[in-house]
Design a protein around this ligand. Sequence first.
Ligand SMILES: C=CC1=C(C)c2cc3[nH]c(cc4nc(cc5[nH]c(cc1n2)c(C)c5CCC(=O)O)C(CCC(=O)O)=C4C)c(C)c3C=C
Ligand SMILES: [Fe+2]
Length: 415
Amino acid sequence: MSAETGKEPGHLSRRRLLGVAGATGAAGLVAGGAGGAVAAEAVRDQPAELASVGRGEVPFHGKHQAGISTPLQAAGHLAAFDLAGDADRRAAAALLRRWTRTAAALTAGKPAPARDTGVARDAGPSSLTVTFGFGRSFFGRTGLADRLPEALGPLPDFTADHLDKRRSDGDLWVQIGADDPLVAFDALRALQREAAETAAVRWQMSGFNRTPGATAHPMSMRNLMGQVDGTNNPKPAEKDFTAKVFVPENGSPAWMAGGSYAVVRRIRMLLDTWDHLSPERQDQVIGRRKADGAPLSGGTETTPVALDKFTKDGAIAIAGDAHVRVAAPESNSGATMLRRSFSYHDGYRDDGAPDAGLLFIAWQADPRHGFTPVQRKLDRGDGLSRFLRHEASGLFAVPGGCAPGDYVGQELLEG
Ligand SMILES: C=CC1=C(C)c2cc3[nH]c(cc4nc(cc5[nH]c(cc1n2)c(C)c5CCC(=O)O)C(CCC(=O)O)=C4C)c(C)c3C=C
Ligand SMILES: [Fe+2]
């Protein structure tokens, strides 16, 4: 219950809640009891003005969880949680129910049902998305080993790995994205508080992207190496997008229908070394122009890459070890994924280098036909890999979305 209104906070948006609180105080001074209540009612019925960024709202409920094919937001948090030693399947189910209720409220621009700290009080939904996933270790701990998806087998070791196990894996995974950093933090804090005695944070990472609307060009984001990144992603409008990214309705296990698999890699960029390369070398390493994202085979950012194109001098336009050649579906028997990453910067290391890079997140219907074969190929022959360090890794089964009243993962936990 809200002390100011006497109603459940869920009835009001965060914005209106603030308006009501302010108006009740002010009107009470002038008109006293009954008059104040009337004024409060009037304010509640008047939606407060929000900037366009604040108004953005991504539906929480649906066939797929939000935060997968949703356009990238400006602020992101990734967190993995481990279940407490005595937390069983029932406790995990209760947690997912609490988390779902909170995520549904916050993404609709309402305050957290359990406790509103006020951090996001005067903001709208701000395109908040909250996405939940299960790590391999979750299944053994909850007695659900017989429901472990085959696709959630551990990722193989790659020769380029420098993984910190404490910042890798985890029983449960949460991805938060929003166009307002305060809204994103509010969601992270609410979920962490609600984990209470059931689960504790194993690791947490924060990232960012360009603010939507800051520029119309290029079409895709820039990463911290300065490259236009995300151009050749599968697009939601393409007819095979769903098959590439989501587990089909008749897929296995049945509880993953409409779900997806997220590969999470914390990839540090060796920016001091990278920044010393000439612009031409940087373009060759990727196979695209840094300036506008156009492939070195010609055209603009959206022109398809022509891997077999030669220049006038008879040289191959896109080098043999160029990142886009080695990573392309054509070089990997069609293996593909949706890359939806956040940049990160966690200050400076002892050697003075920035601790910065990409919270790389790849979404696919099956990582054995997506991330794994592509990373194997990159591991051996990618010209970009000498400027990168893979420092943390996780693979999570992200179930389909839920209907109002249900909770994410219900079919796994109760089916
Ligand atoms: C295993 C998969 C991949 C990892 C890990 C990865 C890391 C990584 N990539 C960039 C920058 C760019 N990648 C680009 C394209 C691209 N990358 C992958 C896969 C991985 N990248 C794929 C499948 C593709 C598309 C290839 C194609 O079909 O053309 C690009 C070009 C623009 C684009 O299409 O997105 C850039 C730039 C960084 C910096 C990085 C690690 C930090
Ligand atoms: Fe890439």
